[in-house]
Design a protein around this ligand. Structure first.
Ligand SMILES: Cc1cc2nc3c(=O)[nH]c(=O)nc-3n(C[C@H](O)[C@H](O)[C@H](O)COP(=O)(O)O)c2cc1C
Length: 216
């Protein structure tokens, strides 16, 4: 009788088991891919609805998202950048702009909502970042995010102005947002890349064209 524990047999079983497992894993990945893409798309839509203030738990995301108009604008680099428009009675009510940039630990990805005037913030929401729980992740707190609403994006010369300060923002400031306690660096990162995205290299020219400020 052949030795069942011979090197040949052991290799045969090991290779056979690996082959079967890899086929199973590969098939699962292929079969689940469409579902995964659909989930990612739904998540993206939910975040856009959320920052627009249109998300309603329990209501079909696809149906709500039908209210969002997807368009794009050309950046100074020549790249096309997406813009999401929310209209009310045909007129633009707000714009949702994808923004991203370095936090303290990793790139932060989110959306900035801007009023139809192109110069007033309406909201900010991140959907992916690597900031520390309890410190930099305070960017996700509703109370902090709420401060963005109504803040001025630009100074009188049209340069980006809105910023996250260190410590509490002055009560009457119309463009400053409270710093994040123990996470000044995350706040500084957010200021820098928000200013970049509303500036000349980002959506600045597009926003200015909306508010008719190009001639100023
Ligand atoms: C483990 C650890 C995690 C930290 N995470 C963050 C962070 O997510 N964001 C941040 O700005 N600072 C973070 N810090 C603190 C920074 O190193 C720095 O001290 C802080 O940003 C200064 O902010 P403050 O002037 O408000 O204290 C972390 C520090 C440690 C030790």
């Amino acid at each position: 009788m052949a030795n069942r524990e011979s090197i040949g047999n052991v290799l045969f079983v090991a290779i056979g088991v690996s082959l079967v497992c890899s086929i199973l894993v590969a098939s699962a990945a292929i079969v689940l891919k469409p579902r995964q893409l659909q989930n990612e798309e739904e998540y993206r839509q939910r975040i856009i609805l959320d920052v627009a203030g249109l998300y309603e738990p329990g209501v079909d995301v696809g149906a709500l998202y039908a209210a969002i108009e997807e368009t794009s604008t050309e950046l100074a680099s020549g790249e096309q950048a997406p813009v999401y428009l929310v209209r009310k009675n045909g007129a633009i009510e707000q714009l949702i702009l994808p923004i991203e940039g370095p936090g303290l630990w990793a790139t932060m990805y989110g959306f900035l909502a801007v009023e139809a005037d192109g110069r007033t913030a309406r909201g900010l929401q991140f959907y992916e970042h690597g900031e520390t729980p309890g410190l930099g992740d305070a960017v996700d707190k509703p109370a902090w995010r709420e401060q963005w609403r109504g803040k001025r994006l630009y100074d009188d010369a049209g340069d980006p102005l809105i910023e996250v300060v260190k410590g509490p923002a002055p009560k009457d400031s119309d463009y400053q947002i409270d710093g994040l306690a123990g996470a000044t660096l995350t706040g500084r990162g957010v200021s820098i890349f928000v200013q970049y995205w509303i500036g000349d290299e980002g959506y600045g020219p597009y926003l200015k064209s909306l508010s008719g400020r190009e001639s100023q």
